[in-house]
Design a protein around this ligand. Structure first.
Ligand SMILES: [Zn+2]
Ligand SMILES: [Zn+2]
Length: 260
């Protein structure tokens, strides 16, 4: 059980603790500083991920990580059981519960044992049938030729063409589902797994749409009525559309032209 208010241990009932922690996960995401500080078990898992990221030896002994992972699994499993199989989660909560479980599993693999052992620990924490949430992909690599669509005339610097796109809160449907695979933590339900190519196309369409909304090529006229090629650009500051002669313009004349 995560101890949230260590100075006032009896002030909160388990249900209140659970609700509070859930609120923090929602507010800050699973990696939020607050959730990490207030939830020691999750903090330990997070330390392991950080040590790995920086190529340092893990600062905690394996037994301590093992216990922390078990505690995180128990919390997540209890939350998912309370929410109920077949219910749908949305937004940050969908992502935060999944990420907290996934981070704990990764900490386990980095310092304690195999993915199969992590799955058994999760099943034990759930009392038999573990649950998870269909979070989907949270990051997608864009096709190599995305630049042909975003910048057909080759006018944008190479580094401006995105290669990845983050999908806010994941592209899964958010349903709470059994996580019964023996050695793998699921991230798609069966239905979403069948439409991954559709989800990928959608992510690419969103990138293209977002790009086009910001600026597109138009023909304007100067004060003398002469035709000038330029760009319709949305101002970064006031969000008004304006006509720019150069693609690099990001703010309208009223907000002060600025080039990046
Ligand atoms: Zn799904
Ligand atoms: Zn402006």
């Amino acid at each position: 059980m995560p101890s949230i208010e260590r100075d006032r241990p009896s002030a909160l009932s388990p249900a209140e603790e659970s609700a509070l922690l859930r609120y923090w996960l929602m507010r800050d995401g699973a990696l939020g500083r607050f959730a990490r500080e207030q939830w020691p078990a999750f903090g330990i898992c997070n330390d392991v991920l950080l040590d790995d990221f920086f190529g340092k030896p893990v600062r905690h002994p394996p037994e301590k990580v093992h216990a922390a992972v078990g505690e995180v699994f128990a919390f997540i499993q209890r939350e998912l059981a309370l929410i109920g199989k077949g219910e749908r989660l949305e937004g940050k909560l969908k992502e935060a519960l999944w990420v907290a479980q996934s981070d704990a599993a990764k900490a386990f693999r980095l310092s304690v044992g195999t993915a199969g052992e992590a799955k058994r620990l999760q099943a034990a924490a759930a009392g038999g049938t573990p649950l998870t949430v269909c979070v989907g992909r949270r990051l997608r690599r864009l096709p190599q030729d995305i630049g042909d669509q975003l910048d057909p005339l080759g006018e944008v610097e190479e580094y401006r063409i995105p290669t990845l796109t983050w999908i806010r809160n994941g592209d899964g449907c958010g349903i709470v589902m059994p996580d019964e695979d023996r050695s793998r933590f699921r991230w798609y339900c069966n239905r979403c797994r069948k439409r991954t190519s559709e989800l990928k196309d959608k992510a690419i369409r969103n990138v293209i749409a977002g790009w086009e909304v910001r600026r597109f090529r138009i023909v304007g006229r100067d004060q003398l009525g002469n035709r000038v090629d330029g760009w319709k650009v949305r101002c970064d500051k006031c969000q008004q559309w304006f006509f720019a002669r150069v693609l690099q313009a990001r703010t309208c004349p009223q907000c002060g032209h600025r080039r990046r």
